[in-house]
Design a protein around this ligand. Structure first.
Ligand code: ATP
Ligand code: MG
Length: 559
């Protein structure tokens, strides 16, 4: 497995190595990440970012951040800003090379004029529908447009009138004159420019014609002297067109290289579909911690390192596959295990009174901050007569393998003492509301001098010292492994993807959290939600549980 991954990581690097030895680019490596600012970036984009910036870094090259902002109708400033923030957060630096396709509109127009002058493009009056139907099929050649033989003079005249706003949307387009019988449908006189009377978030009302992706993208790469233009597999069939444009214009010509996009199970990744979740309020914005967006993952508690490691780990291939989202979660566990301080938090509290502990007194007990990090040190945790433990750590009638607290049973309180449960107090409805226990003062620190053992160790918080918190437990946003497969992915949303606990009790060190991410012992990794927390009002999101609970669930046939 490892070897296959190693190999696949190298397939683009191999091309770079070959280019370097043949001197193709004079040892230059210059890549770019070219998002369209029509939504927030998702984990798939993160893979492309890591790949493009990563290859540049490894090869002493450069990587540009370029906004492919050629569609004014769907693009917005908010998206531009979020993309800039996300790429920076992932840890990459484009230095002074932040570009916008819209800054090249004049140059692109000039190149279109050149193409017309050479007799390689024409203005076509056919409607969008007519262009589509006359394109033919994979088996049938297309039919030539009646406007195909217009002279360059007439085309130049019409094209400049298109630019000047003399025609309505859809009335005319500029098309490349290639071959209506070409086996590749993308080569059957594709549209280069369309008329769109729309205001652009950067160029305002200057333009009412906008370039199509295939035309714009190759030129952007060419203007920026990109060497390796890396994109996802669906553009493989567009490469002949990419090459044709640059060859006809006889301009600097980068190499387009395709790789398989990242797909994750239980996740959708199209910006359009994610936008629908936001617009219809199925989630709390683009940065909802359940979203696969980079901003959502950040708010969920993901670290840049975990995302970069994941990207590196899944490798680069030419073959489509679906990656198990557990690998993403494991990348976070691996990272946080090393660096997240451990603290004791009781998510769903049950009161415990230690009846033989003196009233009004307390003491400090020593706790280890992170057993995986010897530099993380220790802290003191207060212990007193009244404590909270997890509701789920007590059972009145425990099954054989339940090693936690029950009537007459003894457990270890983490970093504290052994306690034994003597009495169960209920409210008028019969619900257990309090336990009366005794502690063994000789077991301080968690071991008994007489060598007696207990099987369970549970976390606790001193009630007088506890800090209140709201804790959100997140689960998968979708129920099925491939929500995209179903037409209506909205129907597939997991109704239990967010559980909010409002009574959680934290140890006092969390009163002023020194870090953003913690391991709540036995409950998982949690991140302080900076957006929803305020002074004296803590909100934590669970990033991941300590172990994957879904693997077991799926094995048992759950879906
Ligand atoms: P979406 O369909 O999700 O909206 P897109 O491809 O339209 O994505 P762009 O903004 O055009 O989004 O993408 C910017 C770059 O990110 C492109 O180079 C694209 O190939 C790459 N990219 C997008 N999705 C993925 C993915 N799932 N895996 C890897 N790279 C991706
Ligand atoms: Mg796109």
């Amino acid at each position: 497995m490892k070897d296959i991954q190693q190999d696949s990581v190298n397939f683009i690097q191999k091309i770079i190595d070959e280019d370097n030895s043949s001197g193709k680019w004079g040892n230059r490596v210059h890549t770019r990440f070219p998002p369209e600012p029509n939504g927030y970036l998702h984990i798939g984009h993160a893979k492309s970012i890591c790949l493009n910036f990563g290859l540049a870094d490894k090869n002493n090259g450069k990587c540009n951040l370029r906004f492919d902002d050629t569609n004014p109708v769907k693009e917005e400033e908010e998206y531009v800003n979020s993309i800039i923030e996300d790429v920076k957060w992932l840890g990459f630096d484009w230095e002074d090379r932040l570009f916008y396709a819209s800054d090249y509109f004049d140059q692109m127009y000039a190149q279109a004029v050149t193409l017309i002058e050479r007799g390689n493009a024409y203005v076509c009056n056919l409607s969008g529908d007519d262009i589509r139907t006359s394109r033919g099929t994979l088996k049938e050649p297309g039919t030539e447009s009646p406007f195909r033989e217009r002279s360059p003079e007439e085309n130049l005249n019409l094209f400049s009138r298109m630019k000047n706003g003399e025609f309505a949307n859809g009335e005319k387009v500029l098309r490349a004159k290639i071959d209506m019988a070409h086996p590749n449908l993308n080569m059957r006189d594709p549209v280069i420019y369309r008329i769109l009377h729309a205001s652009h978030h950067r160029s305002g009302d200057k333009w009412c014609i906008y370039p199509m992706y295939d035309w714009a993208h190759g030129l952007e790469d060419s203007f920026e002297k990109i060497t390796h233009s890396i994109c996802t597999l669906e553009f493989e069939d567009h490469r002949p067109l990419y090459d044709w444009y640059l060859d006809q214009l006889n301009v600097y010509h980068p190499q387009q290289i395709e790789f398989a996009r990242l797909n994750l199970n239980f996740t959708i990744m199209s910006k359009r579909k994610l936008k629908k979740l936001v617009d219809e309020n199925h989630v709390d914005g683009w940065d909802d911690p359940r979203m696969p967006t980079i901003s959502g993952l950040r708010r969920r508690g993901y670290t840049p390192e975990s995302i970069r490691n994941f990207s590196e780990n899944v490798g680069i291939t030419k073959r489509e596959s679906i990656i198990d989202v557990i690998r993403l979660e494991n990348a976070l566990r691996d990272d946080l295990n090393k660096r997240a301080p451990r603290v004791m938090v009781v998510l769903d509290p049950l009161k415990v009174v230690i009846t033989n502990y003196p009233e009004g007194e307390s003491e400090l007990l020593e706790a280890i901050n992170n057993p995986e990090d010897s530099d993380a040190g220790k802290r003191d945790v207060p212990f007193s007569r009244e404590l909270f433990i997890e509701q789920s750590d007590f059972m009145e009638d425990p099954p054989r393998k339940f090693f936690r607290l029950g009537p007459g049973r003894e457990v270890r309180l983490r970093y504290a003492y052994f306690i034994t449960c003597n009495e169960v107090i209920r409210n008028e409805n019969g619900k257990v509301v309090e336990l009366h226990c005794t502690y063994d003062p000789k077991t301080k620190g968690g071991s008994a001098p007489d060598g007696r053992k207990v099987k369970g160790t549970i976390q606790w918080v001193s009630s007088h010292h506890a800090v209140d918190a709201i804790v959100r437990l997140y689960d998968r946003l979708f129920l099925s492994e491939n929500p995209d497969e179903k037409d209506d992915y909205i129907q597939n949303l997991n109704p239990e993807s967010c559980k909010i606990l409002t009574k959680s009790k934290c140890e006092p060190s969390l009163k002023t959290p020194k870090k953003l991410t913690y391991q709540f012992e036995r409950n998982g990794y949690f991140v302080l939600d900076e957006k929803d927390s305020s002074d004296g009002n803590l909100v934590f999101n669970r990033a991941v549980s300590l172990r994957d609970s879904w693997a077991k669930f799926i094995k048992q046939g759950g879906k």
